[in-house]
Design a protein around this ligand. Structure first.
Ligand code: 2E7
Ligand code: F3S
Length: 359
């Protein structure tokens, strides 16, 4: 295994977003100051696709384009898209009839799809294809009359969308502590599915306890916790073994970002904090700290991470080693409604040639 100190040094480049320079002091600490930068971090294929979908919709149809819920759970992304003419709404009944509406990357229930259609809206479905896969699993197991134990967080949009595929067959399991209270009709016909952005370790614990209660519990046909969630957790685990402090860039409502803070704390970091922007880093977090781990959630633009690295460099943490635990090259094609409308445009044909997990 490569030691973290042998990891390649990376060029920070110029931050895309101006940081508050000189705010943090370069106080002395025991040992050399350094940053361990987790990789993979930041945008996943589903976020990349969803954000490009809104941008392309704005270009092609013109502003405003409506988006149901936050396209991804990142305040900076949402603010930037608003500046370009996107209008974020909670429900389809807030959208003028006949307008274009983008469904967020977290997915929607069939009831939402129907409501949009009844209103005569032109819907562009930016649901991540890996969430659509879980929806299909829910439909299939419900058709076979299984009771689906959906591990996920109540109120999260992804969970509402997946549960909405088979409301009469789904029971939500929020955490391992929920397990003793779960009731099922037939313990011989139960399957578990999950939200895509959970802690892998906690989910495995929930499943272990569920199986203790329901020995015939079936597993999903393939991993529901997606590749990006898993890869970011593996990387931050390695960083947390050597970092005294971990900073996770991501918004408060970003499930996968919040999980990264928890995973860091459970795997050796003495402290871990989430920030939306570098200006939220507090001087006292750095007191006596030589090694700082940095990562970002799947909805976080890299410019925000660069801004954090720049402020840390000002505070003496200019030595940055990347800790890479996986390569990612997955890309999804744009939502089919957009591909159809953009047909003939040379650039879109290129995007349509991306490796795709959906039809
Ligand atoms: C869609 C899905 O937007 P996020 O912060 O969402 P979470 O689910 O982590 O709150 O991250 C990207 C993303 C992750 N999962 C988008 Cl289903
Ligand atoms: Fe999709 Fe996973 Fe990203 S479900 S949106 S690839 S975090």
């Amino acid at each position: 295994m490569t030691s973290l100190t042998d990891a390649p040094r990376i060029d920070l480049g110029m931050p895309r977003i101006p940081s508050v320079r000189g705010r943090l002091k370069n106080n002395p600490v025991d040992g050399a100051k350094r940053v361990l930068l987790a990789a993979p971090r930041g945008y996943c294929a589903g976020v990349d696709r969803a954000v490009i979908a809104v941008e392309k919709a704005l270009e092609h149809y013109g502003a405003p384009v409506y988006v149901r819920k936050q396209i991804v759970h990142n305040i900076h992304v949402v603010t930037e898209l608003e500046k370009q003419g996107a209008i974020f709404v909670d429900e389809v009944d807030e959208v003028p009839e006949g307008a274009h509406i983008v469904f967020s990357a977290h997915g929607v229930s069939p009831a939402v799809v129907n409501a949009a259609s009844d209103r005569g809206l032109h819907a562009i479905d930016a649901t991540c294809p890996l969430v659509t896969k879980v929806h299909r699993e829910a439909v299939r197991f419900a058709r076979d009359d299984f009771e689906i134990l959906l591990i996920g967080h109540e109120g999260h949009e992804e969970v509402e969308g997946t549960a909405g595929e088979a409301p009469d067959h789904v029971t939500l399991v929020n955490s391992p502590d929920d397990v003793p209270n779960i009731e099922v009709r037939d313990p011989d016909k139960v399957v578990w599915l999950s939200q895509t952005t959970l802690s892998v370790d906690e989910t495995m614990e929930t499943v272990r306890r569920l199986r203790e209660r329901f020995p015939k519990l079936q597993d999903p046909p393939s991993d529901d916790i997606c590749y990006a969630t898993q890869n970011r957790q593996v990387a931050i685990k390695k960083v947390a073994q050597e970092a005294e402090l971990v900073i996770v860039v991501g918004s408060a409502n970003s499930s996968n970002s919040v999980r990264l803070v928890e995973v860091a704390l459970e795997n050796g970091a003495k402290a871990a904090y989430r920030v939306d922007y570098s200006s939220e880093i507090r001087q006292e977090w750095l007191d006596g700290v030589a090694s700082v781990g940095v990562t970002s959630g799947a909805s976080v633009p890299e410019g925000l991470v660069k801004e954090v690295l720049q402020e840390l460099a000002d505070a003496g943490y200019a030595d940055v080693a990347e800790v890479k635990t996986a390569e990612e090259d997955l890309m999804f094609s744009l939502p089919k409604e957009l591909r159809k409308d953009l047909q003939g445009n040379r650039e879109e044909r290129a995007l349509g040639g991306r490796r795709s997990a959906e039809g």
